[in-house]
Ligand binder design. Structure first.
Ligand SMILES: [Fe+2]
Length: 253
């Protein structure tokens, strides 16, 4: 069993680059299931039905979300019928925080949760909630997308769930970390998968907007950056031997 997890798809550059590169990724890695974080797909803010349909027909099996899940209110109208999970601890009554993907005779539990550090919103504590879900459901493999800002919170969660969850990815910070590994009790882990979108923005946003915000205290709305694009992902191999591999693709300027 191989599962490809694609890092946060940011705006049209992320959507289009992913669609262009998926055939090559499929051929090279031969994943059985492809999961992607889609919370920034609609110009950095949530997900629309049109984008969802476009990416599903490109071969994505399931989307996870994050702190921007509900930024595009259209999602409320179709999440309950869609292959999209939202964070289990975001307090929403719409959608679900987890799902089970059936692949041949195997059940893969996928859960999405939000971290609490530096998120500017009070979310319900995710730790015990995710652990009790893992202890109560029946599955062959399990994956957690922990959408969080702090590497310390992600690493703490990973050790807390080590041996209880098979795969854990961090998302949200949009920069791929160099710490992919198997933890002592067998959980495959990376602190952040990285993003899929503009290469030369500031985590997806036009760099001048963010530079102005930091240097000149000028607050303009976020705009998706143009130019060359990048794709970041991880491949989990669960059998016969467990491993996690980082994937990074980028275009030349
Ligand atoms: Fe996020």
């Amino acid at each position: 069993m191989k599962i490809l997890f694609i890092g946060d798809i940011y705006g049209d550059p992320g959507i289009n680059y992913l669609i262009e590169m998926l055939p090559q990724l499929r051929k090279t890695y031969q994943p059985n299931i492809i999961i992607a974080n889609g919370e920034n797909a609609a110009n950095g803010r949530g997900m629309t039905k049109a984008i969802y349909k476009k990416l599903m027909s490109a071969g994505i099996s399931l989307f996870t979300m994050g702190n921007h899940t509900w930024r595009n209110p259209e999602l409320e109208t179709f999440i309950d019928e869609a292959k999209i999970i939202r964070p289990i601890n975001d307090g929403s009554k719409k959608g679900s925080g987890y799902t089970i993907i059936q692949y041949n005779d195997k059940k893969v539990l996928v859960v999405n949760a939000l971290g609490t550090a530096f998120m500017n919103v009070e979310y319900e504590q995710p730790y015990k909630k995710v652990k009790s879900l893992l202890e109560s459901e029946t599955f062959d493999y399990s994956l957690l997308d922990f959408h969080a800002e702090a590497t310390s919170e992600k690493i703490a969660m990973a050790h807390y769930l080590d041996g209880k969850v098979d795969m854990m990815v961090g998302t949200h910070t949009h920069v791929q970390t160099n710490d992919e590994r198997m933890l002592p009790n067998g959980t495959l882990y990376i602190s952040d998968v990285g993003m899929t979108g503009p290469l030369n923005g500031v985590i997806g946003v036009d760099k001048d907007v963010i530079i102005d915000r930091f240097i000149n205290q000028i607050n303009r709305p976020n705009v998706v950056a143009n130019g060359p694009r990048q794709l970041n992902a991880v491949l989990f191999t669960l059998s016969p031997k467990r491993k996690i591999e980082k994937i990074h693709l980028e275009e030349n300027a």
